[in-house]
Ligand binder design. Structure first.
Ligand SMILES: *Cc1c(COP(=O)(O)O)cnc(C)c1O
Length: 422
């Protein structure tokens, strides 16, 4: 469900025609729908509460879409934030998400970042390894505080739509191996610098069947019971994110209600506060990348290239994960569908969004929208080929606002200086 619909023959985001945004702000540009963001958060929350899961913490995974206006939109509904760097913690705080709802995850936290998180008073640091546990302990003791920590477990479960986004197998870099969890939990419990409050896991992204999540959740339940049987206190179980979204040509992922029912079955009778870290399922369908057709090139062999003003630096997912994005003309023309290779201007063959994609006929100057681009779109963009970062626009009803401006070339060049020998 999203709020990008054809109205009067052209695609609009809620009450704002996309043409208006493109004309005003230029292309490429990301456009986000407030109503869709809010709806996805509410649907998940209602499903979890409705399944009898108490008052869970929904810590939105900031890396999916970290725009401060997006974070504020979700924070106002009660969302927390799952962060993986000091920069993301700072964004969540700037969006006025209280520190008591911020989790700090990530496999390579630096000492200064740990110190920052402790000073900010985040709810918990999710520890991914024994050396990290020791570093957090050292930083906390130097400050004379006890750091609230959870152990991020690697439950050794395969999940995720692509190897690059599968994180829960024993051979991935993420999390503490199952055989080490109880020993490290006890070690943390005995440390004057640490207060272990629970366990966490996150097995992958774009997950479309519940079996792997069910398996991981059961393993987590077993650990909770064994740790408590040792007389140690454990109050929170964080089951991560990872629920997939439909990218048009894929099987429908399970609805939040089924997910919630599965979790409720697994944690039945286990008295814990639950936490979740959804990213993609909240933000993906809430955003599009708008681009303009620069050229239509026809080769002698009949192959047609649609050259857009958006490129892999703006939307990396097709190049990085072979991801499929639905591409929709903003004002579809009449006529028979044409097969296009949809490409950007970057000097790499990888800069191909789609091959042989059947689309309504398009002409130079036409606008197209990459659907389902609200997650891992703008956050993964770069200035490759010295292309300015695409701006971001947030829509609410019939209003819209630029929430990240396109940098000027002067902005881009001002970050660089010549050394004095030049
Ligand atoms: C990326 C990530 C998430 C969010 O994953 P989605 O697939 O976007 O829901 C949650 N938790 C952690 C630790 C992550 O790294």
């Amino acid at each position: 469900m999203n709020h990008f619909e054809l109205t009067g023959g052209e695609l609009a985001c809620e009450g704002v025609p996309l043409t208006r945004i493109a004309d005003e702000v230029g292309t490429p540009v990301y456009v986000y729908s407030t109503a869709t963001l809010e709806r996805h958060y509410q649907v998940l929350r209602e499903a979890l509460v409705g399944a009898g899961l108490g008052d869970p913490l929904i810590a939105y995974a900031v890396k999916a879409n970290s725009n401060v206006a997006v974070l504020s939109t979700l924070g106002r509904l009660g969302a927390g934030a799952d962060t993986v760097s000091e920069g993301e913690i700072r964004r969540a705080l700037a969006a006025r998400i209280p520190a008591e709802r911020i989790l700090f995850s990530g496999v390579g936290k630096r000492e200064a970042e740990i110190a920052f998180a402790l000073d900010a008073g985040v709810l918990e640091i999710n520890i991914e390894s024994e050396p990290e546990l020791e570093l957090v302990e050292k930083v906390a003791r130097a400050k004379g505080v006890r750091a609230s920590v959870a152990l991020r477990v690697n439950p050794d479960v395969k999940a995720g739509a692509h190897d690059k986004i599968s994180t829960g197998k024993a051979d991935s870099k993420f999390g503490i191996a199952l055989p080490d969890v109880e020993r490290l939990y006890a070690k943390a419990s005995n440390s004057p610098g640490l207060r272990p409050v629970g366990l966490a896991c996150h097995i992958g992204s774009q997950i479309s069947d519940l079996a792997s999540m069910d398996e991981a959740a059961r393993k987590m339940r077993g650990l909770v019971e064994r740790i408590r049987a040792e007389g140690l206190s454990l109050e929170r179980l964080d089951l991560g994110g990872g629920l997939g979204v439909p990218y048009f040509n894929q099987p429908e992922p399970p609805p939040p209600s089924e997910y919630a029912a599965m979790i409720a079955g697994v944690v039945k009778g286990l008295d814990v506060q639950l936490a979740f870290e959804p990213g993609r399922m909240i933000a993906a369908n809430a955003g599009v990348l708008l681009a303009r057709v620069l050229y239509v090139i026809e080769r002698p062999d009949g192959r047609r290239f649609l050259v857009l003003d958006a490129a892999m630096n703006d939307l990396l997912r097709p190049a990085m994960y072979d991801a499929y994005h639905d591409i929709r003309p903003v004002k579809p023309r009449e006529g028979e569908a044409v097969a296009y290779d949809v490409v950007g201007p970057v000097c790499e063959t990888g800069d191909t969004f789609a091959r042989d994609r059947k689309l309504p006929p398009l002409q130079p100057g036409d606008l197209v929208a990459f659907m389902t681009a609200g997650a891992y779109g703008a956050t993964m963009s770069s200035e490759y080929n010295s292309r300015p970062l695409a701006p971001e626009v947030l829509v609410k009803g019939d209003r819209h606002a630029v929430v990240r401006a396109r940098p000027s070339y002067e902005d881009m060049l001002s970050r660089e200086t010549a050394p004095d020998w030049l």
